[in-house]
Design a protein around this ligand. Structure first.
Ligand code: BES
Ligand code: ZN
Ligand code: ZN
Length: 510
């Protein structure tokens, strides 16, 4: 969808539809909605009085103008209660309007910037949310559909109409940032939604390296020989059960001052998690096995975030690291009880081959050390336990670096992706002590998300480190407990790409 910015009077604007809004409980609309109401001879006011238009959050009343004004239809979007209004609600209603336009098979629509006038938000921030909502809401994963009748893909164009010429630049800038962010999120969604047979580690590495070329990131891809040669025994232990060779991808963005140590992002890239020899059941407690194609969402998040860094030319130094492998049972697969040695030299007793994410991250984090990073931030669909703790509406944050934890929480709040911190008390470390190696890869059922983080902490070796367990919010299966904002189509949500992009946009040299 093309997003444009124009100066004009929305009440006199010509398009297939114009979008205005209303807070719940408002009897006589003001601002742009008031102007449109006036041009329609008070029709909106009458509809409110009759109870047909209420302003309830995400209500979208469609009024055919039949020639009364240049626009063919007016969408009156409900903003909900004024006291509950947030930037994220702007995203949601904007997605709603675009999806209603799609249902009507419209090619284009025009909108005011919800939240900017009556809503009281900063114009740029609101315009960014309008754009993001429309772009993310109309995202589709249609690559595998051979016939597309009855499946609308539009609208093709969204025009943001602003009354003042002097605000055009600000709105255009916001649209540019939103577009780069939405492109990154869409990239992550495409990768996560893709079936495992079309995103083997080799495929994914190729995609990352093509993307790197396109946006000007440095990229290195290591193969199975490199992985073994570099001593990544934990990654290799997971990979050896598969006929698909693993890959290890490193992306670099040097947009910050030369002297600034990089931020290292490490993403879990399990392109399918069968559990390995500790095989998963067909129907697990948290869903069917096929969904484990999304177990590379951490890696996809890292790729997408790196893409946004380059597209937005962020003034920070960031390294994106992704160990990529399948987790399969096979004649050469690792077995419970095996002991592997990581790149940093520490040894791990593998008591459950299904706790494989922490194994490949141990080597990912270990590799990050080469960069002497100011902080390491890993992203992973790591544990079902994180989902039992927080549900699917929020991701879990844990770590040893207060400052970065705060940055993550603030960024997540700003972009409407919920995050919540779990404690990393020292005592939890008891659960991963091994009789035969430095640590074991399972800590039992109690506090499973925390003991997984404790395990990772071992490999950060005292360096500032933060971990995001995204097992919950990464996927929308449509159920009531799923993350399903109006701008979250079924399947991959793209969480937490926007949180990370926002965090890096707000990063100031410490
Ligand atoms: N990829 C899974 C975690 C997961 C489970 C994500 C359900 C999303 C939904 C991970 O590799 C895994 O299998 N973890 C195990 C760890 C256990 C064996 C200690 C889990 O959470 O059950
Ligand atoms: Zn697993
Ligand atoms: Zn996994």
């Amino acid at each position: 969808m093309d997003v444009r910015v124009s100066v004009g009077d929305i009440a006199a604007w010509k398009d297939e539809a114009i979008v205005v809004n209303l807070f719940e409980g408002v009897g006589r609309p003001g601002g742009a909605t008031g102007a449109v109401d006036k041009a329609l001879g008070g029709a909106i006011g009458q509809l409110i009085a009759a109870g047909d238009v209420t302003g309830k959050f995400k209500e979208c009343f469609i009024y055919p103008t039949l020639g009364k004004i240049p626009a063919a239809r007016v969408f009156v979007l409900g903003l909900g209660e004024r006291g509950k209004f947030t930037v994220d609600r702007i995203r949601e209603v904007s997605a709603k309007a675009a999806l209603e336009a799609r249902k009507l098979k419209l090619n284009s629509l025009s909108t005011i910037v919800h939240g900017a006038g009556v809503g009281g938000f900063d114009l740029g921030e609101a315009a960014e949310a309008v754009t993001e909502g429309a772009l993310l809401g109309t995202y589709r994963f249609a690559r595998y559909k051979t016939k597309t009748e009855g499946e609308e893909s539009g609208p093709d164009a969204l025009t943001i109409v602003t009354p003042e010429k002097r605000s055009v630049r600000e709105v255009e800038k916001a649209v540019g940032v939103a577009r780069a962010t939405a492109t990154a999120v869409s990239m992550a969604r495409d990768l996560i939604n893709a079936p495992s047979n079309d995103k083997t580690p080799r495929h994914l590495a190729d995609t990352a390296s093509a993307m790197a070329k396109e946006v000007n990131l440095k990229c290195a891809v290591y193969d199975e020989k490199d992985i073994q040669r570099m001593g990544m025994g934990a990654l290799w232990g997971v990979a050896r059960g598969s006929d698909q060779p693993p890959r290890f991808v490193v992306l670099e963005w040097w947009g910050g001052p030369k002297a600034q140590k990089p931020i290292a992002l490490v993403g879990k890239g399990i392109t399918f998690d069968t559990g390995g020899i500790s095989l998963k059941p067909q129907e697990g407690m948290l869903g069917p096995m096929w969904e484990m194609k999304y177990d590379m969402a951490g890696a996809a998040t890292v790729f997408a975030t790196m893409r946004a860094c380059a597209e937005l030319k962020l003034p920070v130094n960031v390294v994106g690291i992704a160990p990529l492998t399948e987790n399969m049972p096979g004649g050469n697969a690792q077995k419970p009880g095996d002991i592997v040695r990581t790149i940093g030299g520490k040894t791990i007793e593998v008591l459950n081959t299904d706790a494989e994410g922490r194994l490949i991250l141990a080597d990912g984090i270990g590799y990050a050390m080469k960069y002497d990073p100011q902080v390491i931030l890993d992203v992973a669909t790591l544990t079902g336990a994180a989902v039992f703790a927080l549900g699917k509406k929020a991701l879990a944050v844990m770590g040893t670096d207060r400052k970065t934890i705060r940055r993550v929480l603030e960024a997540s709040q700003a972009v409407g992706e919920r995050a919540w911190e779990l404690p990393l008390f020292e005592e939890y470390g008891e659960q991963i002590k091994s009789d035969f190696a430095d640590v074991k890869n399972v800590g039992g059922r109690p506090a499973g998300a925390i003991t997984a983080a404790k395990f990772l902490e071992t490999f950060a070796d005292g360096r500032p480190w933060v971990h995001l367990d995204i097992a919950g919010p990464v996927w929308n299966d449509g159920a009531p407990d799923a993350p399903k904002k109006e701008y979250h189509p079924k399947g991959a949500t793209g969480v937490p790409v926007r949180t990370l992009v926002r965090m890096l946009r707000d990063w100031k040299a410490a």
